[in-house]
Design a protein around this ligand. Structure first.
Ligand SMILES: N[C@@H](CCC(=O)N[C@@H](CS)C(=O)NCC(=O)O)C(=O)O
Length: 226
């Protein structure tokens, strides 16, 4: 059986997990903390070379990077499909996923240390990150349709990315920069309310809640934060 390594407080872990749940693929969860380095579980680097979660362990070997994991799942378990058949529509799904990953989640993640430490972001970080987030919020408004899903009438990998990452982007940007950078996206609030009602998303959220105190204890012990 497939094994998914990581922890339920991680949004990237939850991207892979939500795709597995939506596709109805059996998998076992193996709680694995990050922080792989020379003193801390270096053996994990054999599974996930950058030391990150999630990691999916298949019969053929491990795969890291959430985007690569979900693309693998689409190729290896085509039904139900979370990508359109049409090449252009498929590229549009991929485009939105990449925009969410690279221009929203990754920049706002730079503020994570400040938020864990209970401090606002530095002026420099704000200057560097906020313009990127504003531009990406515009890009999202340019592409997203919310009819009823992010890119139209089918639930796709773009929804998997959106459902999991948008709430994190909103709360982190509000905490670090005093501004929810997605607040002005028309249709987003209703979309997220609809998506939170999905059974698969509720399972992800319940596990996330259960994991939260354990994750907090981990970062306190490992990094003295939280
Ligand atoms: N690009 C990676 C990002 C994964 C990631 O950053 N995961 C975090 C947890 S949410 C992590 O493992 N952080 C530990 C580290 O960066 O050393 C993906 O899409 O899987």
């Amino acid at each position: 059986m497939l094994k998914l390594l990581g922890f339920s407080s991680s949004n990237y872990y939850n991207v892979a997990k939500l795709a597995l749940l939506e596709k109805g693929i059996a998998f076992e969860e193996v709680r694995t903390w990050t922080g792989a380095d020379e003193e801390f579980q270096p053996e994990y680097l054999k599974l996930s070379p950058m030391g990150k979660v999630p990691c999916l362990v298949t019969e053929q070997g491990p795969i890291s990077e959430s985007r690569c994991i979900v693309e693998y799942l689409e190729d290896a378990y085509p039904e139900p499909a979370l990508r359109p058949e049409d090449p252009f529509a498929r590229a549009r799904v991929h485009e939105l996923c990449v925009m969410i990953d690279l221009y929203l989640e990754l920049p706002v993640r730079r503020a994570l240390g400040h938020v864990f430490a209970g401090k606002p972001a530095s002026d420099r970080l704000k200057r560097e990150v906020l313009p990127v987030l504003h531009k990406a919020s515009g890009a999202l408004q340019n592409r997203a349709r919310f009819e009823p899903y992010l890119l139209g009438d089918a639930f796709t990998l773009a929804d998997v990315a959106g459902i999991i990452h948008f709430p994190v982007i909103r709360s982190l940007s509000a905490a670090a920069f005093g501004e929810d950078v997605l607040a002005g996206v028309p249709g987003l609030d209703d979309y997220l309310t609809r998506m939170e009602a999905r059974e698969t998303v509720q399972r992800v959220r319940a596990d996330q809640q259960e994991d939260a105190p354990k994750f907090q204890a981990f970062i306190k012990e490992r990094y003295g934060l939280g």
